[in-house]
Structures are given as structure tokens and as C-alpha cells.
Design a protein around this ligand. Structure first.
Ligand SMILES: [Zn+2]
Length: 154
């Protein structure tokens, strides 16, 4: 199988199909912030949710990234840069009020889609709750602390 990088990779298509099957509609390979030259794989513009499907090799997945014997340094540097770039993208989007979700390409697309759906549902609930709250009182809205989203790996 040929390595296929860039847009429309198979894992990305699988996630797109699974999210679509849950009735959610999104933009594909779209810039969440028009002036910021980074595209997310799935973008929910109204909810401000950006979804990325990260390649196991290109982003150094702890389970599937294998260290190349030749040009090891070159690849290590490249993957480090990719990861830094991803962190920077996350930070800038979050700063602008976006929710960023990242999945590994090896993750089950159905589970990834379900996580996106849960996020969209909770956003909807938060928005409703926040609206009710601000209209009811002047005290800051109470938000229960959330557990970390990431599954412990390995
Ligand atoms: Zn992987």
C-alpha cells in the first residue's frame, strides 16, 4: 500500500463517513480561521469545533511510529516539527474560542465520530445553560470540573 499523505487519506475519509452517518454536517479541509493558514480535516463552523486526523507516522504515534534507521535524525526533526506545528495550531484555535479534537489515524472511526457527536451535544447543552444562567443571575456560571479527555494509553 502506498503512503498517502495530504488530504483525503483513507483514515480521514473513514472518520468523515462515520461522522456524516451520525447526521452531523461539516466542512472538509477547511480553515477554521480564514487568515490563519491551517486547515482542519472536519470543521463545524457554527459550533467552532475543529477535528484533525493525525497520521501515525507523520505525528509520531506512540504505537505505530517506527524509527527509521536511515536518516533517523532527519525524520525525528520532521516529526518534532509536525508536532510543534500541531500544538501551535491547537493553541491559536483555542485562543480564538475553538474546540480542537485530534484523533490518530489508527483510532476506530466510529468511536472518533461518537466522540465528536458527544462534544457537539455537550456544547449545545453548555450554550443553553450559559444563556439561562446569564439571564437569571449576575454571578459567574458554575462549571463542574471536567476530567481529562484523553484516554490513558498503553
Ligand atoms: Zn497509530
Amino acid at each position: 500500500m502506498q503512503a498517502n499523505k495530504g488530504r483525503d487519506t483513507r483514515p480521514e475519509l473513514a472518520v468523515r463517513r462515520a461522522v456524516h452517518a451520525l447526521g452531523l454536517r461539516y466542512r472538509v479541509s477547511f480553515r477554521p480561521i480564514p487568515t490563519f493558514r491551517r486547515t482542519a480535516d472536519l470543521v463545524f463552523t457554527r459550533a467552532k469545533v475543529a477535528v484533525f486526523v493525525d497520521g501515525c507516522f507523520w505525528h509520531g504515534c506512540p504505537e505505530h511510529h517506527t524509527v527509521s534507521a536511515t536518516h533517523a535524525r532527519f525524520w525525528a526533526d520532521k516529526i518534532t516539527r509536525n508536532r510543534e506545528r500541531a500544538r501551535e495550531t491547537n493553541a491559536i484555535l483555542q485562543e480564538a474560542g475553538w474546540i480542537v479534537m485530534r484523533f490518530w489515524e489508527h483510532q476506530d472511526p466510529t468511536l472518533a465520530a461518537r466522540a465528536v457527536a458527544v462534544q457537539m451535544t455537550s456544547l449545545h447543552r453548555d450554550a443553553t445553560a450559559a444563556a439561562t444562567e446569564s439571564y437569571r443571575s449576575t454571578s459567574p456560571p458554575h462549571r463542574p470540573p471536567r476530567p481529562p479527555e484523553r484516554d490513558p494509553h498503553g
